[in-house]
Write a protein that binds this ligand. Structure first.
Ligand SMILES: [Zn+2]
Length: 224
């Protein structure tokens, strides 16, 4: 069963009341666009948290809900690419809203301008980490979540403060097949951290992802 703490957290995100938040909120047929925060039946089971940048900004009368998020997989390139990188298990558990994986977005409240939305992510990021008592691995896609995670990390020696330095180290690790499982510390919780390039088409670093498959599988197996 979804626990109360997570349920309350989810509702707070969905009804984001940050005064600076610029989320596209408009009313169509009495439906408001709201931030996505997926359901998980048992947050205690979550061991791997996947963070992508921000949900797609839908236009017109599309309502952004859990349903549209799940149902239009073929139209949603990010999930197709995530399945290719993380495997069928990820797909299965996200569909089931259960098990060791949970998928979230760094920027909960999507907007073309990213800066005003940073207040929302500051508000929710550490709170979300705390919802998962048995979290062991954080996989972040794209360079946007990196500085925010780095800022909240208390094991400063374990990861560089710039994403490109981190990525260079990761490439070396991948080539040498010597996996280091660096641990960050957020809210007194030690979590292995893997920051990967965003898989979207306009990011050329995505071309490294298929070559990192063994390493990514190894990190996931290490904590399951
Ligand atoms: Zn917001």
């Amino acid at each position: 069963m979804e626990n109360q703490i997570f349920k309350e957290y989810r509702y707070r995100v969905i009804n984001c009341d940050n005064t600076t938040c610029k989320l596209y909120r408009y009313k169509t047929n009495n439906n408001y666009i709201e931030p996505i925060q997926l359901i998980h039946k048992d947050p205690k089971k979550v061991r791997v948290l996947i963070i992508t940048e921000q949900p797609k900004i839908l236009k017109g009368s599309d309502k952004l809900t859990n349903k549209t998020f799940f149902c239009n997989k073929e139209e949603r390139s990010t999930i197709t690419q995530l399945i290719a990188i993380l495997g069928c298990k990820f797909n299965y558990f996200i569909d089931e809203k259960d098990g060791p994986f949970y998928w979230t977005h760094h920027t909960k409240c999507p907007h073309h301008e990213r800066k005003p939305q940073s207040k929302c992510m500051e508000k929710y990021f550490t709170e979300e980490i705390e919802c998962f008592a048995n979290l062991k691995l954080l996989i972040a896609f794209g360079s946007h979540p990196y500085p925010h995670i780095e800022k909240n990390n208390h094991n400063k020696d374990n990861i560089p403060n710039k994403y490109f330095e981190y990525f260079y180290r990761l490439l070396e690790e991948n080539i040498n097949e010597k996996y280091t499982y660096p641990k960050i510390c957020i809210k007194k919780k030690e979590i292995i951290f893997l920051a990967l390039p965003h898989p979207s088409k306009n990011n050329s670093l995505r071309l490294f992802l298929p070559k990192m498959k063994n390493m990514i599988d190894d990190y996931i197996q290490h904590v399951l």
